[in-house]
Design a protein around this ligand. Structure first.
Ligand code: 5GP
Ligand code: ZN
Length: 111
């Protein structure tokens, strides 16, 4: 499959890993938009939030259950922002669902 994030999971594209278990992977974004910017992905290929349903959505709860631990690893004690871009209008560029975890500074208001 021609998916950058599936290739990262497979180790075919290198990444700076932060956290990994049998279901998810967190790594540093290659083009950070904040002093600390991680990407958290499920190992299952799901295109976007639009492809979630009652059969596969539990992975989102699992990702959020691990976010406090990942944020702590990154030293984000003062807070962080979690973002999901869904579809072209939101600027989604990689069509494997992912959550941006950003912090390390006061981030300002969302648009
Ligand atoms: P999106 O724009 O789809 O919400 O987010 C995709 C993110 O993946 C972007 O922030 C982009 O910088 C990041 N990204 C794209 N390709 C790679 C890569 O090969 N390695 C890493 N670490 N991040 C990537
Ligand atoms: Zn994928």
């Amino acid at each position: 499959m021609d998916c950058i994030f599936c290739k990262i999971i497979a180790g075919e594209i290198p990444s700076k890993k932060i956290y990994e278990d049998d279901r998810i992977l967190a790594f540093h974004d290659i083009e950070p938009q904040a002093p600390t910017h991680a990407v958290i992905i499920p190992k299952e290929h799901i295109e976007s939030a639009n492809a979630l349903n009652s059969d596969n959505a539990e992975i989102v709860a699992y990702i959020f259950s691990k976010i406090p631990e990942i944020a702590k690893t990154l030293g984000l004690e003062k807070g962080y922002r979690v973002v999901n871009n869904c579809g072209p209008d939101a600027g989604q560029t990689v069509f494997h669902i992912h959550f941006h975890l950003m912090g390390g500074d006061v981030l300002g208001k969302m648009a």
